[in-house]
Design a binder for this molecule. Structure first.
Ligand code: GLN
Length: 446
């Protein structure tokens, strides 16, 4: 009930697309009854939280930030939704996001932009901006998110909280609306690494309903949180501190790394030579997969349907023109172009080769170090409207995050202080399935 009150008090942040007060209170009461009956409870039982509106919730509107899915109530729950409900965590609503998770500022939402609690004139980041704003404002202690190219880490950095993007395949994508299937990852945004660890252990694990879900035992991430950092080798990737990265942000991140050094970590300078190819490769591969995933919104089976269409073609084109926003349409156009006969080899195939080089860069670096560090985002939160007319400037906000998705690795953004009163995030990247190492380091920093 208190979380719902706080959501009302902070309504101006527009961090929620919908709230479900009745369902939340009913769930909270049943968890309470179980507790009073003396049943064994999960650590998350009774804790309020929120789901990004990309996760299918049975009988509850799931819009994915799009007009296309306004009023769509899925007939089933996503695996992440099932897992958290089974743990007894109480979802109070669905958070705001860029349409189909395409964006870095939340301004692409069909339900209006969410705002940054540190400065309401600024963006919370995206695409999981509503989740980040709701956690940073203290409405809920954690929220789910998804990360295809940075959508958990970048908003966590902009809002001064912790965001964990797990290894690809570690958390099931079942019931998570697809953007770019080979990159999409479900994860968590919370106030601390310890909270991320409890939620991660609740949602991670094999699921036969997602063909890319990995069947491999889970480390006890919570037990490993207090492990001393002595001897941990952290690689400072030169490329992540250069180019478009704001000097004050870079300095602040170096200061946070100096703290880790005091705790016993060893800082090593490294290089990821293919880093500058990550943005171009990502912005071919992600739109290509998106154009294919979004073909299902045809106005026939579900989603928005244009009125009074006189032919099937007109029904398709008008439903899609009315249902999808400008950025989604741009990605569909770029993606279908990159996949079309005659251009496939030059764009899509080339981008896949670059993707391999990027993965090899990381593999070589992890022969030398245990973790790789850099600023999560090149700047602090920018102003609403500042980049919304310039797609390329917006894409540059992902310069340090997209390579991780191309390589399928886990990464975390942890709070690393402030520049001019705005939060800065430190990104740590680990080898596949080493989430425990990330959470351990981020926990020690706090
Ligand atoms: N900002 C990136 C994009 O627009 C990443 C989004 C995401 O991770 N979902 O594609």
């Amino acid at each position: 009930a208190q979380a719902l009150d706080r959501a009302q008090q902070h309504a101006a942040l527009n961090s929620f697309i919908s709230l479900q007060p009745e369902a939340a209170l009913a769930h909270a009461n049943s968890v309470d009854a179980n507790r009073r009956a003396g049943r064994d409870m999960h650590a998350l039982a009774g804790i309020p939280f929120a789901h990004k509106d990309i996760f299918c919730t049975k009988g509850i509107a799931t819009t994915c930030g799009s007009r296309m899915l306004r009023g769509f109530a899925p007939p089933y729950d996503a695996q992440v939704v099932e897992r958290l409900a089974a743990a007894g965590a109480v979802s109070i609503g669905k958070t705001n996001m860029d349409e189909f998770a395409m964006g870095s500022s939340n301004e692409n939402s069909a339900y209006g932009a969410a705002r940054n609690p540190w400065d309401a004139a600024r963006v919370p980041g995206g695409s999981s901006g509503g989740s980040a704003a709701a956690v940073a404002a203290g409405i809920v202690p954690f929220a789910t998110g998804t990360d295809t190219g940075g959508s958990i880490r970048q908003p966590a950095a902009f809002c001064g909280i912790t965001g964990l993007k797990p290894t690809y395949g570690r958390v099931s994508r079942y019931g998570m609306i697809a953007y770019a299937s080979s990159l999409d990852c479900a994860g968590v945004l919370a106030r601390s690494a310890a909270d991320c660890a409890s939620v991660f252990s609740a949602i991670a694990g094999h699921d036969g309903r997602d063909a890319t879900s990995v069947d491999r035992p889970l480390e006890d991430v919570q037990a490993l949180l207090p492990r001393p950092l002595r001897g941990l080798r952290i690689g400072l990737a030169r490329e992540y501190f250069g180019g478009g990265v704001d000097a004050a942000v870079a300095a602040q991140v170096r200061a946070a790394l100096a703290e880790l050094e005091k705790l016993g970590a060893v800082l090593v300078d490294i290089s990821l030579p293919s880093a500058h190819h990550a943005i171009p490769a990502y912005y071919v591969i992600a739109p290509a997969e998106a154009s294919s995933n979004l073909a299902r919104y045809d106005g026939v089976r579900y989603g928005h349907r244009a009125a009074d269409a006189r032919s099937l073609d007109e029904l398709y084109s008008r439903s899609r023109a009315e249902g999808f926003g400008a950025e989604v349409q741009r990605r569909i156009l770029v993606g279908t172009y990159a996949l079309s006969a005659g251009y496939y080899d030059a764009y899509y195939l080339r981008a896949q080769k670059v993707r391999r080089l990027i993965a090899l860069d990381f593999a070589a670096a992890f022969e030398q170090v245990d973790l790789i560090a850099g600023p999560t985002a090149p700047t602090t939160a920018f102003r609403l409207g500042e980049k919304s007319d310039d797609a390329l400037a917006m894409y540059a906000a992902d310069v340090n995050t997209v390579a991780v998705n191309l390589a399928g690795l886990p990464a975390i953004s942890a709070p690393a202080g402030f520049v001019d009163g705005l939060p800065v995030g430190l990104q740590l990247i680990a080898p596949a399935f080493a989430e425990a190492r990330l959470l351990n380091a981020a926990h020690q920093l706090q």
